[in-house]
Design a protein around this ligand. Structure first.
Ligand SMILES: [Zn+2]
Length: 334
């Protein structure tokens, strides 16, 4: 009898330790190690491995909260009703036909302030436009698929890449740029910048910038802070405009093509910056549908620099940007 009690006690202690460890991991610390495992792949990243990465690895806080916070801090959001809020808006369809090709870059000079307008030209100022953005890549397969879909649809996007992946997939970086898309800085190792010292923030940004300059011949102009986290140190140390987003597709969470497509097409409106991650098959599949459908609805798909340049906004270092609707542009011109 005594032995049974002893065994039971040991089992009970083991259970407590196990439960404590599991819940501690799930509720508290972000799964940085799991993320690093993905990042440190040897060039043969497997979808199965990536699908096992816990869904919360992308964000320090609930993404919906980020999106909502963005909206409340941005006054222009309250007037959305006046604009192209309905994704099924037939007015857009009627006004804009597929022939709205983005103008030839050779005729357009880079605007004041935007020193890094990619060689893909400029959007038509008066027509609706949206900026698709892809974080955490490049991925040798999925990024290339997205770039191909953009090309087929006379569309551009911005890819906020990690320095650690850029140095691994240099040719993918070149593919992005050669097709008129923009490259932005998403840090070297995806650490949350707000938790770092100034010198560490600068190192994360500069290391990536140097890698990209070595590959493309040009340092990136824009930064997307990891996890959307920004504080005064990040603003000071980034040395570039900080590009956030107005539409979070939650692609990293759902990993479901239909859900990503649905969420995007049902919330998109003129001037939106749409957040996706080009390291998932589901995102690449969804992006193909989203790109062609947005084009069919008459949206120009432009890079971040093109979006702001088209609406005469000079992006400033250390300032946060969430969208560029015509309303925002009217109220933020200098
Ligand atoms: Zn990221």
């Amino acid at each position: 009898m005594k032995k049974i009690i002893q065994i039971s006690l040991v089992l009970l202690i083991l259970m407590i330790i196990t439960v404590g460890y599991t819940s501690g991991y799930g509720a508290g610390e972000k799964s940085v190690s799991a993320y690093a495992a993905v990042q440190d792949g040897n060039g043969t990243l497997k979808e199965a491995a990536m699908e096992n990465v816990p869904a919360d690895r992308q964000y320090a806080v609930e993404p919906d909260k980020i999106a909502n916070d963005n909206k409340t801090t941005d006054g222009s959001k309250t007037t959305d009703d006046n604009k192209l809020t309905d994704s099924n808006n037939t007015k857009i369809n009627n006004n804009v036909k597929d022939g709205d090709k983005i103008k030839d870059s050779s005729k357009i000079k880079a605007g004041s302030g935007q020193k890094d307008i990619p060689a893909s030209g400029m959007a038509d100022q008066g027509k609706p436009m949206v900026a698709l953005t892809f974080d955490d890549g490049p991925h040798p397969k999925y990024t290339a698929e997205i770039v191909e879909a953009l090309k087929k649809n006379d569309a551009r996007a911005t890819f906020f890449v990690l320095g650690s992946r850029a140095e691994k997939y240099k040719s993918t970086i070149n593919t992005i740029v050669e097709n008129g898309n923009e490259i932005g800085n998403h840090t070297y190792s995806h650490r949350e910048l707000t938790r770092l010292k100034k010198s560490e923030i600068q190192s994360e940004i500069k290391k990536t910038s140097d890698i990209l300059e070595a590959i493309t011949g040009k340092a990136p102009f824009l930064t997307r802070p990891t996890y959307g986290s920004v504080n005064e140190n990040v603003k000071t140390c980034a040395g570039s405009p900080l590009i956030l987003w107005s539409v979070d597709t939650l692609d990293w969470k759902s990993r479901d093509k239909e859900k990503i497509v649905h969420r995007t097409l049902n919330t998109v409106k003129d001037g939106d910056i749409i957040l996706m991650h080009d390291i998932y098959k589901s995102t690449a599949d969804a992006a193909k549908v989203v790109i062609s459908e947005l084009r069919a609805r008459g949206y120009q798909l432009v890079t971040i620099s093109q979006l702001y340049q088209a609406r005469d906004i000079s992006l400033e270092n250390g300032k946060e940007y969430f969208e560029c609707s015509t309303y925002y542009a009217e109220n933020n011109k200098k």
